[in-house]
Design a protein around this ligand. Structure first.
Ligand SMILES: [Zn+2]
Length: 299
């Protein structure tokens, strides 16, 4: 049986997010789809899975809601269902940037480029390419020559930018993220900070990898995704591995969480090294009393 995984977001005003979320949760449970959805007064951001029939119904029904007609979905067919439950949360933003003054992408945002246009711009020697994602996402895969903001969380990116503003001043800047939701605010933020020429990749890395002509060229490594698949291939022309094993530095695309639950750091690690280093990032974590790896071995 085939399952379909959807990735989607839409910036649209939701007057009463709490009520919307409650109704939406009932609807999803009734339909039998699983996934993780964030609802806010500024819109919806979700990733969801189910049978092809269930997810097709979901897309049709969501588009029928007033204000959601323009929503676009990225979809993948998988052999297994990557989600096991449904979670819907109400938050202040659909991606937390936590700015003193929020960005409304309907008012200010970078120019959208379709994958083909983005592909061309990437080859312009005068552009600055910047990733909008977290360090562990970058480490598994990224566009060639892209700047890596050293951040663990999206909301750290404004202060990272203010420290590195000289990299961007007077330049043409290309931003990208997984599906596009982060870039709408991040590219708007860049413009508000005085960077005039800002472009964002429409539909993000996921859409870029699906374009029949571009086929993910210039993307090295894989794209990190927030479900049990962990990563998906993007470059179908000349793929390379950029991930490096945390312990040995050898090519590796396998993520584990540090076995110390109070650390939980994401590390790239081969099966072999997971055993050797007991799934732990350092000696302190390896000997931590709550270490999952040690507890599992003892039980
Ligand atoms: Zn650790």
């Amino acid at each position: 049986m085939k399952y379909q995984v959807l990735l989607y977001y839409h910036y649209t005003s939701i007057e009463n997010p709490e009520t919307f979320a409650e109704t939406h949760l009932k609807y999803c449970k009734n339909l039998g789809v699983f996934g993780r959805i964030i609802i806010s007064k500024e819109g919806i951001n979700g990733t969801l899975s189910g049978t092809v029939e269930q997810t097709e119904t979901y897309m049709k029904d969501l588009k029928a809601i007033s204000g959601f007609q323009e929503i676009s979905f990225k979809s993948d067919l998988e052999e297994f269902n990557p989600f096991r439950r449904i979670s819907i949360k109400v938050k202040n933003e659909i991606v937390t940037l936590d700015l003193e003054v929020d960005i409304n992408p309907h008012e200010i945002t970078g120019k959208f480029l379709e994958p083909k246009e983005y592909f061309k711009k990437l080859q312009d020697p005068n552009v600055v390419i910047v990733d909008a994602r977290n360090d562990y996402e970058y480490e598994l895969g990224h566009f060639k020559n892209a700047i890596k903001p050293d951040i663990k969380n999206f909301k750290e990116i404004p202060s990272w930018f203010r420290k590195h503003k000289q990299l961007f001043e007077g330049k043409t800047v290309l931003t990208y993220c997984t599906g596009g939701v982060r870039c709408e605010k991040w590219s708007g933020f860049l413009k508000r900070e005085g960077i005039k020429d800002v472009y964002q990749l429409k539909g993000g890395i996921i859409t870029y990898g699906k374009d029949p002509d571009v086929q993910g060229q210039f993307f090295d490594g894989k794209c990190y995704v927030f479900d049990s698949r962990i990563s998906i291939p993007i470059n179908h022309v000349d793929p390379v591995i950029v991930g490096r094993d945390y312990f040995t530095g050898k090519p590796c695309e396998r993520y584990i969480n540090c076995a110390n639950p109070t650390c939980n750091k994401k590390i790239l690690c081969s099966k072999e090294n997971e055993v050797t280093f007991r799934g732990s990032c350092c000696e302190t974590c390896r000997t931590h009393p709550l270490n999952r790896y040690n507890l599992k071995i003892r039980s």
